[in-house]
Design a protein around this ligand. Sequence first.
Ligand SMILES: Nc1ncnc2c1ncn2[C@@H]1O[C@H](COP(=O)(O)OP(=O)(O)OP(=O)(O)O)[C@@H](O)[C@H]1O
Length: 727
Amino acid sequence: MPLFSQPLDHRPWFQSNNFIIYSSLAAATAALAYRTSQQSTSSTKTTAADLLNSTKRTLFKETEEETFKQHKPLFPVVDVVKKVGVNDEFFRQLKSIAKILFPNYYTKEVFLLILHSIFLILRTYLSVVVARIDGRIVRDLVSGRGKRFLTGLMYWFAIAIPATYTNSMIRYLQSKLAIGFRTRLTRYVHDLYLNDDKTFYKSINLDGRIQGADQFITTDIAKFCDTLSSLYSNLAKPMLDMLIFNYQLMKSIGMAGTIGLGLNYVVTAKLLRAVTPSFGKLAAIEAKLEGDFRAAHTRLITNAEEIAFYNGGELEHSILDKAYYGLVKHINSIYKIRINYNMFEDFLIKYAWSAFGLVLCAIPVFAPHMVGDIAGNITKETSEDAQVGSRTRGFITNKRLMMSLADAGGRMMYSYKELAELAGYTTRVYSLLSVLHSLHVNEFDGPKEAIPFALTNIQGKIKLGEDGIKFENVPIVTPAPGKDRQGELLVENLNVHIRSGEHMLVTGPNGVGKTAVARVIATLWPTFEGTLSRPEDRNIFYIPQRPYLSMGSLRDQVIYPHTHEDMKKAGRTDDELMKILEVVRLAYIPDREGGWETKKEWKDVFSGGEKQRIGMARLFYHHPKYAVLDECTSAVSTDVEGLMYAHAKDMGITLLTISHRPALFKYHQYLLRLTGDHGKWELEQIGTQQQQQSLDKEMQTLEDKLQTVEALKSRLGEIDGELSLKL
Ligand SMILES: Nc1ncnc2c1ncn2[C@@H]1O[C@H](COP(=O)(O)OP(=O)(O)OP(=O)(O)O)[C@@H](O)[C@H]1O
């Protein structure tokens, strides 16, 4: 007997098996929801910093290096843009990403997925029950059986409770799954992006394959996760629905009807596939344009003051407008493409399918010999009223099943569009992961042949742990990202040894490669040839040309990149910090700003000179063995600059200073002069005749300036005299 024509289970719903299933599911999901709410309430009581620390501990457990090694072969870099679409490459990429989303069977996401699937099955089952109750109610209404009609209504309301619970749980679990995926992916990407080998720097400066990593990490990953989890319910449920409803219908409309339905799906899928535009590629382009627009805004925020000084608002306005209109033009073209596609899709799924469905529903009525049981049921009824009632019930049940089927089929077909969009986001996420993986192991984009100074041909050696900085035949070369590019030689084979206590000054014209030397020491730029020996990271500290002020409190500015926690662990105190600020002549800052805990946008608070003094304060706080100071006191007055250099030397820090200021010569023993003449360089001991000449030259310049002051003073006196005469 077909399921939908069986008499209903007359036990109250709460005594049925459904109730037991529901109770356990409700308990499991309630536990899940309780845990989530507990987490969120406890977090509201803590401070943001506590939250940051606790998040680090719980959510952000670092990905093991071994995991990256295992995953590397899964993420070869491919020319993704050419291959966007629902194809083998898409499924391969999705499979690779799935290794990150589901690292093993015992994760929360697997549990969520199972729970989600159970609710999806339940919803399908409930739809069948609803179809049966609906059929019964209408039959009783048509036959005028009031008591049965009321009983039917009672069941209708009873089923509404689990049905609504199921629906809201499906939505809840779908969102939980999406955020779970996002957390896993974001954590993985952060671990790959911000690690000891500074992949974030490489991806921005040594590689051009990822443009605007921020957009990839903040938006594209989120869209990918949302689409993936919604696609699961949009595909899994209708597939299940179709299986169950087809089975139900087969019993009522017979084999011929079912074959007809099956053929209908195949034809529809083929037609839709043939007319579907490449939504994946369009979605990938849209994501890129969104990224460009966002990057233009970020640049404006970062450089607001400089732009305002230059009165550059108008130009920036046009740049932003251009980025926006580029995006909108693309989105509009997608909308236009969608008009025809949606018309075709709607015609096929809503109208053609409904007509076909009505024909199938008519089979048991007009051609009962083509179906088995249901026709038997109808003909066995004796009175005409009963026959009408039975037909009505059969029709309503079939129609509802057919409608659910059409809905399920429609959703599956609509999902194809979503699948195509998912292919676009998958491409973006995959390309981010594959490029980061390749940069993590220093595989750069570049020419295949072994061309000198190409990023694919790095031959130099780096020895860490030396007491000193030693260049042996190391050329300083600009990195040149790109398939057929090689770097430009700035400094020819450098042979220099800076021993502990032997301070060195690097000088030379603008753009000659002074900072480039610091970049090579810091391993930001590759050592293309020769050998570089240097201390471990913890023994060497860099202060760059542009001062960087981090997010956080005043204390965080001085101790960067330490956290307050690190500082306490190291047994350091605020009193010590105060003494450091006295050395750099910034002792007035904590009082003026309201204490160490004050949080501000510090880059807008400090003056240029103050920012640089904070940089020196960091050096004194960290007290490394070696320091590379890159024009980091250019905005500080010479007297305070001198004090800071003397203090650094007293602390036993060996200095490698990059500067144009002859006033700094006296704090160093060696002078490395980069001449800019085909990469030539000279090393000399400070105190030589040449250096003396350089100092004499500076003295001469100062004396010349002083003479101008005298002339200006006498002119001022003259003007004063003239003015007093007139008055
Ligand atoms: N990421 C990069 N990629 C390619 N070339 C670069 C990059 N960064 C800097 N350069 C180039 O390398 C050269 C050396 O730059 P560097 O910053 O070392 O100059 P510098 O000697 O410190 O100059 P200044 O005295 O003006 O600070 C310059 O011509 C610069 O344009």
